[in-house]
Design a protein around this ligand. Structure first.
Ligand SMILES: [Zn+2]
Length: 293
């Protein structure tokens, strides 16, 4: 099997001093990379090297400003981490509408500092994505043309409130911000695979990131995987994962019945377009379901 180049749309920096204790304990309990490389992963140059040898060309790095639950890895920290990686790591922002006094203003400043997307954690930060308080943040992302990645699915993090990431609340965003690029991290893990597949299938700017899902189970979780492959990006949660990004990418490559073009879209092309790595705007995907009102 040809080793395909990967863009990893979903990694976290290993900065344990910024994470809540249960988050650190959980990551230590499952992370293969930490067992292999230990605290050297906190060095962005070393971390980039570990991923490069696995065929990863770029990786999105997510801050985690969730003072009520998982931790407080601030956007400034992630921008600094990425800046030291010679362009390998791409920074997203994280703002908390509940504890930041002016999250939209913050987001504007982060965009000016070079972030290429925003991660929101409704179930860790405790608000509904269609809460009108969040709308000014979406306006900033729309104007900047950058994606918003939502944590959508189950989690082991204490003080998680699952109701906030029910994907039905994302539908308002599709209606009110048709140009906003939305990525549903974890594809609704646990409860909402069908809802996420429906949204990604029907809303031109909605996508799924398969982070945290067992790759060989994807055809079972998303029965229309081949057609949905236009809307799926690869992510790993690295280093918080029991395998390596390479192993997960190869497992997607090995899915029976999935075309080589679909694999290429999932592992690389879709993310490159969303992140505008090729200098172009994201192409309009083909419709998945025809007609109907
Ligand atoms: Zn994650």
């Amino acid at each position: 099997m040809l080793q395909r180049t990967i863009i990893d749309f979903h990694t976290h920096p290993w900065l344990p001093e910024h994470l809540a204790r249960p988050t650190v304990d959980f990551i230590r309990s499952i992370s293969l990379a930490l067992r292999e490389h230990g605290e050297r992963l906190s060095d962005p140059v070393y971390a980039a090297g570990v991923l490069r040898v696995q065929g990863v060309e770029h990786a999105v790095v997510l801050p985690e400003h969730c003072p009520r639950s998982s931790g407080n890895v601030r956007t400034e920290t992630v921008i600094e981490f990425c800046a030291a990686s010679d362009g390998f790591f791409l920074p997203f922002a994280s703002v908390d509408p509940n504890t930041d006094p002016d999250p939209a203003g913050m987001m504007r400043r982060y965009v000016a500092s070079g972030v290429v997307g925003l991660k929101l954690y409704p179930s860790y930060q405790h608000y509904y994505p269609n809460d009108r308080r969040v709308y000014p943040i979406y306006e900033v992302c729309c104007d900047a043309g950058i994606p918003v990645l939502f944590h959508i699915g189950s989690s082991v993090i204490p003080n998680t409130r699952m109701k906030y990431c029910d994907p039905v609340h994302l539908h308002d965003i599709a209606v009110d911000f048709p140009d906003l690029v939305v990525v549903m991290a974890h594809g609704g893990r646990g409860w909402w695979y069908d809802a996420c597949a429906f949204l990604a299938g029907h809303q031109p700017n909605f996508h799924i990131d398969v982070t945290g899902l067992v790759p060989s189970r994807l055809p079972e979780l998303f029965p229309d995987l081949e057609r949905l492959s236009h809307k799926i990006v690869f992510g790993s949660d690295w280093p918080a994962m029991p395998k390596s990004p390479r192993a997960n990418a190869d497992a997607i490559d090995a899915i029976e019945g999935l075309s080589l073009d679909a694999v290429q879209r999932i592992l690389y092309d879709n993310a490159a377009a969303l992140l505008r790595l090729d200098g172009r705007a994201a192409p309009a995907p083909p419709p998945i379901v025809d007609g109907g009102h």
